[in-house]
Design a protein around this ligand. Structure first.
Ligand SMILES: *Cc1c(COP(=O)(O)O)cnc(C)c1O
Length: 417
């Protein structure tokens, strides 16, 4: 496959490594996700996937329905506000919210939080009370029976996320009486990147059953039920977003059975997604710096590595990236795609099919890189500049930007002064 001519022009103009985000594709993903859900559903965009303000803003405005913002830091809060989100519609989640972050979020107008434990709930309540207000909280649940529906009965593992579901009944009186808190609903997020629609449906059905049971144990009617996500798109590889043609009807049926008032808004329903919305709008362009052979194996070394794409390699994964290249050649060969960093960990793929005979100066393109790109990468490691990020709409460049790191010094008191 050859790189789109427009992409090579952008690479010429702005240099590589260069991310190109196509807002038309972002719109299409949003349209497809809303279309796969009953119309009563809200969609939270998890800024973790890509907090670029132009993307966050595009997901909020335009012809389609607006995504709400799900954030878990003051940096993401700033991006959401800059993108025009009303702080009152934002969901603040995450296992380690500090008192300072919570205070700032409440001051900025955030009123909806996901609480991961009783102490987290108390911290949110303290921040709300300090601001003379009450915060709506979703209780995040670590479901002891998650995935039972797919045939693999797992006891819920210990994790830093959520409140163990089996403890809810006993904790209910305390959870529901934290000063400064109104328990608004539940948040269950049990999986990512589920490319199998039937498995995803089974998971959601199970989640809805669990939520109905927990509602009874809490004795508080749910106003908002966030059933999580898991919508899939290839990551750095060729391929299409998964389609979910049966999901809408299946969710409707499961909710009718457990929450008869849901079509009237009791509870309101939500899902959340990062990668499905942002993943396929992005292409990472890189220039081959060097090609070498070591003991019979070919190494292609572009000007991009885990400093630019693939900080999630911290999870111990090798990214099986695929590349497109500006080349008429139909012959291919298998190479190791190694980044420029001085660590063997900087390997983008060990058995990557590329057009035969790549040379220094050739442009390569990595598809489906709109989510978990720059901000999920080891941006500062080995001191290379962050990649440029170009946003395009209908073939026109909307913006070009780059994240900069600067060390700022603070005044220190010295013993001898
Ligand atoms: C990471 C995360 C998401 C987004 O996951 P994707 O796989 O990118 O859709 C959504 N919700 C929560 C709570 C998360 O931690």
């Amino acid at each position: 496959m050859t790189a789109h001519p427009h992409l090579s022009e952008l690479a010429d103009q702005y240099g590589t490594p260069l991310y190109v985000y196509d807002l038309d594709r972002l719109d299409a993903a949003r349209h497809d996700l809303f279309g796969a859900l009953p119309e009563e559903f809200d969609v939270f965009y998890a800024l973790k996937a890509n907090p670029h303000v132009d993307l966050v803003q595009a997901l909020r405005e335009g012809d389609g329905r607006a995504c709400r913002a799900e954030i878990s830091s003051t940096g993401e809060l700033a991006a959401a506000l800059q993108a025009g989100h009303d702080p009152g519609t934002v969901l603040y989640a995450g296992p380690g919210k500090t008192p300072g972050e919570l205070r700032e979020a409440v001051e900025q107008g955030v009123r909806l939080f996901s609480a991961e434990s009783l102490t987290d709930l108390e911290h949110i309540g303290e921040a709300a009370l300090a601001h003379d207000t009450v915060a709506d909280c979703l209780l995040r649940i670590n479901d002891v029976t998650a995935r039972a529906a797919t045939g693999v009965r797992m006891t819920g593992r210990p994790t830093q996320f959520g409140i163990d579901s089996e403890t809810i009944a006993g904790l209910a009186p305390r959870l529901c009486s934290v000063p400064g808190i109104s328990v608004a609903g539940l948040h269950l997020f049990s999986q990512s990147n589920a490319a199998d629609e039937q498995a995803l449906i089974a998971e959601f059905e199970h989640t809805i059953d669990t939520a109905a049971r927990i509602e009874r144990e809490l004795g508080v009617p749910l106003r908002l039920l966030d059933i999580g996500g898991g919508f899939a798109v290839p990551y750095g590889q060729r391929g299409e977003r998964t389609a979910y043609p049966a999901l809408r009807a299946a969710l409707g049926a499961a909710l009718d059975a457990r929450f008869p008032g849901w079509r009237q808004g009791t509870p309101r329903l939500a899902v959340e997604s990062g990668r499905y919305l942002a993943g396929d709008c992005g292409t990472l362009l890189a220039t081959v710096s060097n090609v070498k052979v070591s003991r019979g194996r070919t190494f292609v070394i572009p000007d991009t590595g885990i400093n630019t794409f693939g900080g999630l390699s911290g999870l111990g994964r090798i990214l099986p990236v695929s590349v497109r290249v500006e080349s008429e050649s139909t012959e291919t060969e298998r190479v190791t795609l190694a980044g420029p960093l001085c660590t063997p960990g900087d390997t983008l793929g060990r058995d990557v099919e590329v057009p035969a005979g790549l040379r220094p100066g050739d442009l390569v393109a990595m598809p489906n890189t709109g989510a978990y790109g720059p901000t999920a990468s080891l941006l500062m490691f080995l001191g290379r500049p962050a990649p440029a990020e170009a946003v395009v709409r209908s073939g026109d460049v909307v913006s070009v930007s780059r994240i900069e790191h600067v060390r700022t010094y603070r005044k220190v008191k010295r013993a001898h002064d």
